[in-house]
Each structure stands twice: as C-alpha cells, then as structure tokens.
Design a protein around this ligand. Structure first.
Ligand code: CP
Ligand code: NVA
Length: 315
C-alpha cells in the first residue's frame, strides 16, 4: 500500500479528514477512560524542528509515547537538513530506521522534497505556507464545541472569522473551510492577505461544500455575527526583522473587547498559540470564559494521535 503523508490539507479528501476526526475522538475517549491504545507499539517517529515549538514538540512526543512508540527529537544544528547532506540522502536514511518523520521548517518545498524521497510517512508540523495539524485540531475543537458528530459533522452555517496576518495558519484554515463547508470571513491589512492560489482552490471546493469564503480589510465587518473569532500573531517565526513595521500596520486588527463584541454573544475565541498578549489579542478576550485556546492546545495531542495512528499503522 502506498504511504500517505500529511503535508497539505489540499491532499486530503473529506472522508480522510473525517477518518482522522473519528480516530481522534476515539483516542481522546480512551485516554480519558485511562485505557491503553498502543496502536504504534515498537514504532518510532523522528522529529525535526528548524523553528521553535512548545505545543507541536510536546504533543507529538507525548502522543507517540501514549500510542506505545517513541519520538526522537533531532537537533537541527547537527542534522543541517539539505546542508550537511542532501534531503534525498537524509530521507533514505530515515526510511531505513524509523516509521515516520515530523518536520517543522521554513520552506514548504523542503517538506515536499522530504516526502517525495521518504519511504515512510512525512507530517508537516508547520511551514511558512501551511500548518495542517493545527487546523485539523481547530476544526475538531469546533466540532466538539458545537456538539457535532466527528464522523459526519454538519459545519454549514457556522461562521468563523479570522482577523490578522494572512499566514500559514489562515492558509490552512481556508483549505479546511473549502473542504468541510463552514463559512470563513477574513480581515487582513492590504498587502498581508492569505495565498490567492489557496483561496482560488478553496473557492472551487466551496461549490460542493457550501462554504462562503470572504476576504476584506475591515475587521468589524469580518467579525459581525461570527460564531468563532480566530487570530494569530502578527509576527510569525521567520518574520522578526519586520516586527516594528508589522506592529504598526496590524494595530487596527487587534481582537479586543470592542471588536469581539461584534461577534455573537456565544462566540468562541480561538488562537493557535503562542499568543502575544497586548498585540493581536488583549487579556480580556483571551482570558474570557468563551476563549477555548487551551482546549485547542489539548486537542493537538488527541488529533495528532489520530493522524499518527492512521498514517503509521502500516509503516
Ligand atoms: N500552535 C503551535 O504550533 O504551537 P508551537 O509553535 O508551540 O508548536
Ligand atoms: N503563524 C505562527 C504560528 C505559530 C504556531 C508562526 O508561523 O509563527
């Protein structure tokens, strides 16, 4: 059977996403009931982080442990992927030892190249372009909060509003909206929109799923009557040299009490974390009872266990 990677949500069918959600819900339930789920007994995941991480690092490592396997974290300065040796050679080496590779890096092409040559599944733990594990987790969290069936959730009519930088997180969110059918209203400053190519592809899928995807520059318009308000940092990893310019440009896009009040009274606040409190979000919003940021963080563990159990069961 051909190996399956998780690089880009555009590579997944709706059924494959629902299979991940079902497996994740099952594994979450098992963990809460303190039942063993050692589906990956004796298996190894290698993890390569060329950017910092808290959640992705811990949840993949704990997830592998709970599934009966182990995770090895490699120091990027010793591996020097593509510098000390070619990505091809590294991929062929890994394929002889381990059952899966998780990689976080800058260039999306690097992950695609690793996946092309690897004989074991490759999982994208964030690139400059996409953050698929995050968004699968976030949709799973929305499904839970709206008490929907993870194996067949009807997300139509749920309005998610994303305010801020058109980065990796919102690119993956656009793909999920197109595929799964929830509405998405985005507000970003001029010049900081998400990928046009990804928006166009999601627009095609939306014809089937029923999603309405809108992009504009007015955060008050985007958030109006939203069921979920989502934001992310204004300065993503790798963009630090643009910090002072970005902090000025993004100021009107802060999710504060006034902006959040435009959403439905019952609206949830979401953030992939890490948050820069006082920049893209104020304390009063992120600490509000409707904030579900730590539920999202917890679910990284359950959803990635779902992903690992599916991708690595035959590797
Ligand atoms: N949300 C997320 O991916 O967190 P880390 O950068 O800490 O892994
Ligand atoms: N957009 C952020 C997400 C961090 C999880 C970044 O790339 O830094």
């Amino acid at each position: 059977m051909a190996k399956k990677d998780l690089i880009d949500l555009a590579d997944l069918s709706k059924d494959e996403v629902l299979e991940i959600f079902s497996a994740s819900a099952e594994l979450k339930k098992k963990l809460k009931e303190k039942k063993q789920a050692d589906i990956l007994k004796g298996k190894t995941l290698v993890m390569l982080f060329e950017k910092p991480s808290l959640r992705t690092r811990v949840t993949f490592e704990v997830g592998m442990f709970q599934l009966g396997g182990i995770a090895i974290n490699l120091d990027p300065s010793t591996v020097k992927l593509g510098v000390r040796e070619s990505i091809y050679d590294a991929a062929k080496n890994f394929s002889r030892w381990v059952n899966g590779i998780m990689v976080r890096t800058f260039s999306h092409k690097k992950v695609e190249e690793l996946a092309e040559y690897s004989e074991v599944p490759v999982i994208n733990g964030l690139t400059d372009l996409l953050h698929p594990c995050q968004i699968l987790t976030d949709v799973f969290t929305i499904i839970e909060k709206f008490s929907l069936d993870p194996s067949n959730p009807d997300l139509k009519g749920i309005k998610v509003s994303y305010v801020g930088d058109g980065n990796n997180v919102v690119n993956s969110l656009v793909q999920a909206s197109g595929l799964l059918g929830f509405d998405l209203s985005i507000a970003s400053p001029e010049g900081y929109f998400c990928s046009k190519k990804i928006l166009d592809a999601a627009g095609v899928l939306a014809k089937t799923s029923g999603a309405r995807i809108e992009v504009g520059t007015n955060p008050y318009e985007a958030v109006k009557d939203a069921d979920v308000v989502y934001t992310d940092v204004w300065v993503s990893m790798g963009k630090e040299s643009e910090q002072s310019k970005r902090l000025k440009i993004f100021k009107p896009f802060q999710v504060n009490k006034k902006l959040f009040a435009r959403a439905k009274k019952t609206a949830f606040f979401m953030h992939c974390l890490p948050a820069h409190r006082g920049e893209e979000v104020t304390d009063e919003v992120i600490d509000n009872p409707n904030s579900i940021v730590f539920d999202q963080a917890e679910n990284r563990l359950h959803v990635q266990k779902g992903i690992l159990s599916i991708l690595m069961k035959n590797s």
